[in-house]
Every structure is written in structure tokens, then in C-alpha cells.
Write a protein that binds this ligand. Sequence first.
Ligand code: SF4
Ligand code: MG
Length: 316
Amino acid sequence: RNLKKYFPVKSEIFKRTVAQVKAVDDISFSVEEGETLGLVGESGCGKSTTGRTILRLLKATAGDVVFEGKRVMELDAKEMRLLRRDMQIIFQDPYASLNPRMTVADIVGEPLVIHKLVTSKEEKYSKVKEILENVGMGAEYMNRYPHEFSGGQRQRIGVARALAVDPKLIIADEPVSALDVSVQAQVINLLQDLQKEYGLTYLFIAHDLSVVKHISDRVAVMYLGKIVELTDKKELFKNPMHPYTQSLLSAIPEADPKKKKDRIILKGDVPSPVNPPSGCRFHPRCPEAFEPCPEVEPEFKEYGDGHLAACHLLNN
Ligand code: SF4
Ligand code: MG
């Protein structure tokens, strides 16, 4: 609720704060139990920062995160440790997120030890074996090291590690972006199967809509620290309201020539979040910008049945 995460920019000489990077700037959304909310936007728009701030891996600048009625920002260290079991993260880069000096058994078993969910080595190994089988990896891999695996297998290990503590919410931060296209679908299918089996809730972060198309129930689109549109997935693909969403959709390759639409090419790159554009942050790149856009920030509000968007065009 109204979540903000600003990073100070320090002057090199005087070490004082000279500006703020407004990575996440007043966003509100909910994720329902058992659903997958896709969070989409170009790199640098604040998606990962949102995920990390929710988990308190980063300290929020303002706003609130409420998990099952508990205000996460106010929990003390002990309560937070308990909550860490319920909220897990899968990282983008399976190469960087696994300790190269640890065996698979120790990587996946570590959270079990930290959370005191096993009392002996034997118990740890038997639990790890079970979890590995659930992600499609056999027990024969237990004593191997991350470098011995392909990207897809490493991400399965990352998923196994997140699953080990029996979480409720998993924040999947671009879990397939670093993988070959042919492997992406396998990992997405695995995540979907696990969701059904364990009743998991996902916040699924991706930089393009084609990845979240299959897995999401609803999709939130972020641009420069703001959510600009949020709705049911089918509705978003059928009736995108925000020009930025429309441009993202137009970038998805379409096999059927009858459905082919012209690609909307945006001007320039994503501006810096240090001094984001005034009014609507998308206005310097928006093909439909008109006179209020550089001045007035559009309100993020509902335009029919759970379809939220922030654009002046919608009020005309
Ligand atoms: Fe474009 Fe204006 Fe809508 Fe922003 S408010 S998306 S600049 S039309
Ligand atoms: Mg990221």
C-alpha cells in the first residue's frame, strides 16, 4: 500500500545526498491467495526493487506491506524470521544465486537448517531428496556442484531451495530471463505444477508480456516506479488501456498474420528515475501525449470491473 523505495544519490566529494532515485514511487496492489500476479515492465522500472522491498530485503522509504493481516514493516526480528518461511524469492540469475562451493544437497538443505525444520543430517538429506524429486531432479544430483548443471537445472535448484521451507508466497524475479527460450517453458510449467500442488501464491516479475501471458491471473504493468495498468490477464491482452501497455503488447511476435498489428515504436529510452519526467512519467515517449500530460500526473483508478489504469486519455 503506497509503497515507496527511494535510493539516495551521494555527491562524490561531500558524501552528502544530492538526489533521490525514485525506484518505486507510491504503488499499491494486492496479490490474492493462490493467484499469480505478473509484474511487467522494462528493466530499471522498479520491479525487482518492489519484490525486495516487499520481502524487507530492502527497507521501504514509505508505505506498508500487509501479509495475512500482519504489517510486515513493523515485525521484530523474531517475527520476521518466522515470516521469512512464508515468503520466498527465486532470483533471476541461477548462475549467480547459487553458492559454487556448496553441493546441491547443502544449497537446498540450508533453509531447512536455518529454520530448524530438520534435526539431523539424515532427515535433511531425505527432505532434500523429496524436494528435488518434486522439481524434476533425481537424488543422484545431491552431491554435485552448481557448475555441473545447465541453466534450466540450476533454476530448478533455485526453485527447490525456495520450496524447501514450504512457503505461501514466492516472489519469482525474472526466473526465466537468463534461460534459453526452449528451457523457459519447462521452468514456467514446473512453477505452474508446483503452484497447484502446494497452493502457492506468486508475484511473477518479467520484462515482457509474453512470459507472463501463460502463468498470470492478473498483470500489473510498471513504468518508471509507477504501476500504470493492472487488470485480469485476458482483459489486458484484449483491451489494453494504457499506451505503454499497448506498446508492450505490440512488441510480442504474432504468428497469425490476420492478428498482426503494427509495432508501436517508442521514442528514446526509459528516462532516469533520478529526475523522472513531470506529469505523466510516460509523456516524453507516449505517442498519444496531449496537453495535460507534461503537467498533471494522471490518477491510477478503476475503469470498469477491476481494470485500473493511469492515463488522461481515459477521462476524455
Ligand atoms: Fe500518454 Fe498522456 Fe496517457 Fe501519459 S497520460 S500515457 S502521456 S496519453
Ligand atoms: Mg530486475
